[in-house]
Ligand binder design. Structure first.
Ligand SMILES: Cc1cc2nc3c(=O)[nH]c(=O)nc-3n(C[C@H](O)[C@H](O)[C@H](O)COP(=O)(O)OP(=O)(O)OC[C@H]3O[C@@H](n4cnc5c(N)ncnc54)[C@H](O)[C@@H]3O)c2cc1C
Ligand code: FES
Length: 283
């Protein structure tokens, strides 16, 4: 059983769970992910490991409520258990002393970029962080990011907090400033990662992104997570999730992410109707 030992509502749609998973916590590294199921017959949802505590045997996951399964997940609390948690999956981030690195986290992508930034700082890099969200209430972990960065730029799309900008604006300024940047990481929605990659490309700065392709088994068997990188078909769950952002076929990735949109919408509507009917029966 994978018991939830802490829960925090980071934003109205962003939830944090600390989960007991000693075997995964012992082995996992930054950049890897787990696949969780809320119930025995539930859908498998891939979530990046946002933090881990090897001694306590616990993992931190942060997720955004976007559809049926994440809505169901958000109803759990301390003391509840996940039906399954599989991992660690995917290749860990390559941590080295590169020099100056820029870590760009967008929306819920701030959570997975945090442990990578921490490891890169510990490896002796000068770490510049850029974090952003659509609006102030969706922004979280500014304090945590400050502890693992040498400089931190905070933005909101609507200007409700800190600088009014998309994360790519300060990134472009940094690239143009003449400072030597050895590597950039971008984690967030696919559209953000695409534009982070397009921003750094003219400057020839190696850019790593963490792809959130559609996944099913997470073991390289089903082929659901295929992406095209550098003209080659890759399976995100075993060859990734991190790839060279300049090589990713972004239009294909985004088109594949939309494949099940109608079914996902229907599943959420049905789940909401079921919850409503249950509430009416109880009251
Ligand atoms: C390696 C990886 C790491 C991820 N890490 C995080 C994370 O740390 N935090 C977070 O909030 N989200 C993360 N995601 C996305 C998360 O898995 C989806 O938000 C979740 O599956 C949505 O499920 P749903 O049933 O609530 O929504 P649905 O209504 O089923 O889908 C809503 C959207 O979520 C995406 N999605 C749905 N099913 C899958 C699936 N099986 N695999 C991948 N994407 C899917 C699609 O883009 C879809 O349009 C990650 C995805 C991958 C592949
Ligand atoms: S999720 Fe099935 S092959 Fe990657």
């Amino acid at each position: 059983m994978y018991r939830i030992t802490a829960r925090e509502d980071l934003a109205p749609v962003t939830k944090l769970f600390v989960v007991e998973a000693p075997e995964v916590a012992r082995k996992c590294k930054s950049g890897q992910f787990v696949i969780v199921r809320v119930s025995e017959h539930g859908e498998r949802v891939p979530l990046t490991i946002a933090d881990y505590d090897r001694q306590r045997g616990e993992l931190t996951i942060v997720f955004q409520v976007v559809g049926k399964t994440t809505a169901e997940l958000s109803t759990l609390g301390v003391g509840d258990s996940l039906a399954s948690l599989t991992g660690p999956l995917g290749l860990p981030t390559e941590i080295e002393k590169y020099g100056t690195v820029v870590m760009v986290g967008g929306g819920v992508g701030i959570a997975p970029i945090f442990p990578i930034a921490r490891d890169l700082k510990e490896a002796g890099n000068y770490v510049i962080g850029i974090i952003g969200a659509r609006t102030r209430e969706l922004l979280f972990w500014e304090d945590r990011m400050r502890t693992v960065t040498d400089e931190l730029i905070v933005c909101t799309d609507d200007g409700s907090y800190a600088r009014k900008a998309l994360v790519t604006e300060p990134l472009k300024e940094l690239c143009q400033s003449g400072r030597t940047i050895h590597r950039v990481w971008g984690i967030g929605p696919a559209i953000m990662m695409k534009f982070v990659s397009l921003t750094t490309k003219p400057f020839g700065i190696q850019t790593i992104v963490s792809l959130n392709s559609i996944m099913v088994d997470g073991t390289g068997m089903c082929g659901a997570c295929r992406v095209v990188v550098g003209g080659r078909t890759r399976f995100c769950c075993v060859h990734g999730p991190e790839f060279d952002g300049h090589e990713v076929d972004w239009d294909l990735l985004m088109a594949r992410q939309r494949i099940y949109l109608d079914k996902e919408k229907l599943a959420l509507e049905r789940y909401q109707q079921l919850c409503e009917a249950h509430r009416e029966t109880v009251h």
